[in-house]
Design a protein around this ligand. Sequence first.
Ligand code: NAG
Ligand code: NAG
Ligand code: NAG
Ligand code: NAG
Ligand code: NAG
Ligand code: NAG
Ligand code: NAG
Ligand code: NAG
Ligand code: NAG
Length: 552
Amino acid sequence: MLLPRALIALLAATGALALPQVSKKGRYLFTPDGNRFYVKGVSYQQQGTVSTDGAPGAFPEPTDFIDPLADAAGCARDIPYISSLKANAIRVYSVNSSMDHTACMNAFSTAGIYVILDLALPVTGSINRASPSWTTTLLDVYTDTIDAFVQYDNLLAVNIGNEVVNSDATTESAPFIKAAARDIKAYLASKGSGALVGYASTDGSDTTDDWRDPLANYLACGSEATSLDLYGLNNYRWCGAAGSFEGSWASTVAAFSNYPIPAYFSEYGCVADLPRLWNEVPVLYGSQMVGEWSGGLAFSYFPAVGGYGLVNISSDNTTVITGSDWALLQSELSNVTFINSPTSSSAQTTSPVACPGQNSSFLASTTLPPTPDAAKCACFRESAFSCSYTGSPTDTGIQGDLFNYVCNALGAEGANCSIIAANGTTGTYGILSDCDPVTQLSWAFSYYYELSNRNPQGCDFSGNATANDSVSTSGANSAAQACLASVPSGGVFTPTASSGSPSATGSGGSGSSPSQSGSKSAAQAWRVEVGALGAMAGAALAALVGAVVTLL
Ligand SMILES: *[C@@H]1O[C@H](CO)[C@@H](O)[C@H](O)[C@H]1NC(C)=O
Ligand SMILES: *[C@@H]1O[C@H](CO)[C@@H](O)[C@H](O)[C@H]1NC(C)=O
Ligand SMILES: *[C@@H]1O[C@H](CO)[C@@H](O)[C@H](O)[C@H]1NC(C)=O
Ligand SMILES: *[C@@H]1O[C@H](CO)[C@@H](O)[C@H](O)[C@H]1NC(C)=O
Ligand SMILES: *[C@@H]1O[C@H](CO)[C@@H](O)[C@H](O)[C@H]1NC(C)=O
Ligand SMILES: *[C@@H]1O[C@H](CO)[C@@H](O)[C@H](O)[C@H]1NC(C)=O
Ligand SMILES: *[C@@H]1O[C@H](CO)[C@@H](O)[C@H](O)[C@H]1NC(C)=O
Ligand SMILES: *[C@@H]1O[C@H](CO)[C@@H](O)[C@H](O)[C@H]1NC(C)=O
Ligand SMILES: *[C@@H]1O[C@H](CO)[C@@H](O)[C@H](O)[C@H]1NC(C)=O
């Protein structure tokens, strides 16, 4: 049935003419009319405060953020500029799920612009490459953001991480990224959302990094339930006049020629040669690239560390001041004609890619961590602990100190913290490794308290702990078994909405920079210490822990 013209005009004017869902088939993206969809746009996030976290040579990463989609006036100011690029997408790196995004999301939708939304927040709201885990705390951050955005027709995709893996050593993070993709896919499906699940990878060098392609394959291999929908590559290889398909992108195209899922450049725009000519744009959307690649996002609309900004904003926030490379990007992007091939009906299905094996440059196990189980963690807190952490639920600094202290103290007793530790290389995940820091500290405190034979000094922890002697050792034991008995078989299930787990991330944040997440968190720094404790012999386990260990 055709809609009357007046109704169409009304729907368009109110933004109610929804953008169609983009979906994937094989290695391509399509709109429902069967035409190929190419990502074409800019990253859109103000620069947050950045820190290198004291690590020599570390790339600066944001410690806070400004939510660009909560700023209705800012969106109204910027959309005419982004529209003038004939863009169809922006990428946003961090949002505050408790703020109202309706005005911006509707305004972008009306302008025909989709949003690719990263779910991570700076610092503690992202998978920490230095000691990775996939916990109820992170799952809550991710599902809160999905809950806040799932209603918008222009949510194209969500990213479950950005540049978490950036070296051989940090490939141990990959099982946690893949578990997050699995659980977020299931969660989106349970909400009836067709938004795609993506990840944005940093690029490596062809000569020194052999983890990029194994990581890409790892995230796309295996069952549909655990593989990504959309692979993003932050690619800065084409630099100005010296750039060429052969010199800049041919090796990347070759490496991904049999890749089974859609791929795009989640960032591009090298600044080695200013002003940027954007002469890579016709090639990005041209016949040499589109066999696998589906467009990309120029980095960055707003000013960003490193000189990547395309515009400045006046100090009163009312005016956009475009830079010298804006007009060049505008002329290149507006001149793009999408190659509509193949169409959906002629697109071939792709062959699955093998999951890469482990070697010294790719450490990830194919055994994934379980779905973070807030009900199990709450059950332990409520019934199985004789000594609970009662300090700040949000102070990750204090929590980090206490983890170090109690895990070292346990080590001195011949015990260890493996029940709350996760290891993506061995594929071993302690039964409380998916819990929030309050649950994990309470477990470690209770373990220590039991080992001390409930010496009152054994449940103090500088005033951060409270004993509950009405929890008997045998009562804790049976409570722990009951908590574990209700864990879904295999530990993988569809998460439900935010569990309200007792640790907040407290992170703020904005910030886009060519490298943006996977930041180190004080709360998790202790896990590095746990590795050292692992070598000690286990002995003299308290009954509580004995029961738990026997069970799994
Ligand atoms: C301009 O916007 C930024 C956030 O993007 C905000 O921090 C700043 O306070 C605003 N300045 C004025 C004068 O409104
Ligand atoms: C933004 O302002 C800074 C500082 O004046 C300047 O260095 C930079 O080139 C400007 N960027 C643009 C895109 O105009
Ligand atoms: C626009 O695209 C056409 C076809 O790709 C090309 O021949 C032409 O040079 C482009 N014009 C500009 C200004 O880039
Ligand atoms: C590790 O395996 C990948 C293939 O998965 C290979 O490309 C890489 O060269 C290997 N690295 C080493 C050090 O063997
Ligand atoms: C102490 O443990 C008992 C038994 O699990 C529980 O009912 C009670 O609420 C706990 N008391 C406190 C103060 O947590
Ligand atoms: C908790 O422990 C920290 C670090 O050990 C200490 O500085 C703080 O005072 C303690 N908090 C309370 C409430 O005692
Ligand atoms: C989100 O915004 C609320 C209200 O302004 C603020 O209290 C909270 O700290 C913010 N959360 C994050 C993660 O920035
Ligand atoms: C995981 O186990 C491997 C192999 O035993 C070890 O080298 C690595 O340090 C462990 N990782 C953590 C985070 O403990
Ligand atoms: C930690 O303690 C448990 C229980 O005694 C033991 O089975 C395990 O081998 C220990 N882990 C390490 C890494 O020592």
